[in-house]
Design a protein around this ligand. Sequence first.
Ligand code: MF3
Ligand code: CO
Length: 270
Amino acid sequence: MLPKETEQIIDQYRSEGYIIPHPSLIKTPEQIEGIRESGKITTQILDLVEKEIKPGMTTAEVDKLVYDYTIAHNAIPAPLNYMGFPKSVCLSINDVVCHGIPDDKTVLKSGDIVNVDVSTILNGYFSDASRMFMIGNVSPSAKALVQTAKECLEIGTKQVRPFNSTNEIGRAIEPYANQRGYTVVRDLGGHGVGLKFHEDPHIDHFAKRNKGVLMLPGMVFTIEPMINAGGYSVKVAKDNWTVTTRDGSLSAQWEYTIAVTKDGYEILAQ
Ligand code: MF3
Ligand code: CO
């Protein structure tokens, strides 16, 4: 139940054309605490990968690292068997935008940029975060892309506060990426998360003209802009998972799980 005063503010926004999130998307403090605990595992896994990842490692070895740590902490890797996904983590190298599948033939080599996307279920609560890692010596242009993608996530995150629109996230990110000569992927976005892997609302990282969804305290969603060095078009490989840039250009992505608080935001997984 929201305070009466809040309901009146919401009615005003509704009449102005904003989409009001379904009440089921507002988490209780207990649920937020559950997602926070799940997020700690996700963050710790990314810290572990950060320490261990190096040239010569296969992507299957990174997957094993994630799987073992998750299980040892009484948690479940959310990707494993999710809609048929066969591994515990998404590993997306160079022109792979997202959803790359680890295998024992793909070896990380110096110069690669790789996104490691970790999603954890702990006591039924989901969290989701990803980081980029630069393997060995990476070209200045690839480094710049990775850096800008991180900044895009930070810029988007600063838009999270009650009664702002989810569309302000993309309206902040896209011009920033474009100014640097990059594009923002349009076909995939962030999402509500917490009680399921993917919930409403969908979060666009590019500028949309419609009003968007009103952010309310207790909502939890990801921001995870995919930034391309070339065009924004992507394609899905024959494995039905691996998303690559259509033009073969590099792509970079960072992701947080974020809660809307009384007066701003809290990062629950990073
Ligand atoms: N972690 C991805 C996201 O950010 C989802 C991956 S689905 C999977 O939404 F099955 F590939 F894991
Ligand atoms: Co996500």
